[in-house]
Design a protein around this ligand. Structure first.
Ligand SMILES: Nc1ncnc2c1ncn2[C@@H]1O[C@H](COP(=O)(O)OP(=O)(O)OP(=O)(O)O)[C@@H](O)[C@H]1O
Ligand SMILES: [Mg+2]
Length: 155
């Protein structure tokens, strides 16, 4: 597990863009963190790193936002799902096992539907204003490599 501290939204964006430059089709990134910790801010940086120019918003009333770039980005925010099963209605498998990168806010709410192999990113509030603490852990070979790349560059 890698532990990083971000001192500003800008730095969160830089960490996320670093990951965005290294993702592959089919990758799944889980973003766990309380309200306002910066999950959506992270997705904005991720999209930038992936070469996506669309503006990334908080998918407040939509469960899924799609962004188009060299690789599509599927941004799920499952906060408002009352049951994980509701994901079947939007055909989530096509996205999770498809040709794009998937990023999920509130992944713990759909734990049973998540593939075992994924990058897990937990964001906590830091002790000083505007700081955030990231714990990043890769599950499976591909994601361990990503974790290592992050460790080499940021630790
Ligand atoms: N170091 C930091 N990293 C990220 N965001 C930060 C940081 N410091 C302050 N912020 C602020 O925290 C807020 C994060 O909002 P954001 O919508 O990204 O959170 P979220 O985790 O997606 O929330 P929600 O659970 O409501 O979806 C923004 O207003 C951002 O400017
Ligand atoms: Mg959000």
């Amino acid at each position: 597990m890698v532990k990083l501290t971000s001192a500003s939204p800008r730095q969160t964006g830089e960490i996320a863009a670093f990951i965005g430059r290294r993702v592959n089709r089919g990758d799944i990134l889980c973003l766990q963190g309380d309200l306002g910790t910066g999950k959506t801010a992270f997705v904005q940086g991720l999209a930038k790193g992936m070469g996506i120019e669309d503006y990334v918003t908080s998918p407040t009333f939509t469960i899924l936002n799609e962004y188009h770039g060299p690789i599509p980005l599927y941004h799920f925010d499952v906060y408002r799902l009352s049951h994980a099963d509701e994901l079947f209605d939007i055909g989530y498998e096509e996205y999770f096992y498809g040709d794009g990168v998937v990023v999920v806010e509130w992944p713990e709410r759909i734990a049973e539907l998540l593939p075992e192999e994924r990058l897990w990113i937990r964001i906590n509030y830091g002790s000083r204003q505007n700081t955030r603490v990231f714990h990043i852990e890769g599950w499976g070979k591909r994601y361990k490599e990503l974790e290592e790349a992050i460790r080499k560059c940021w630790c």
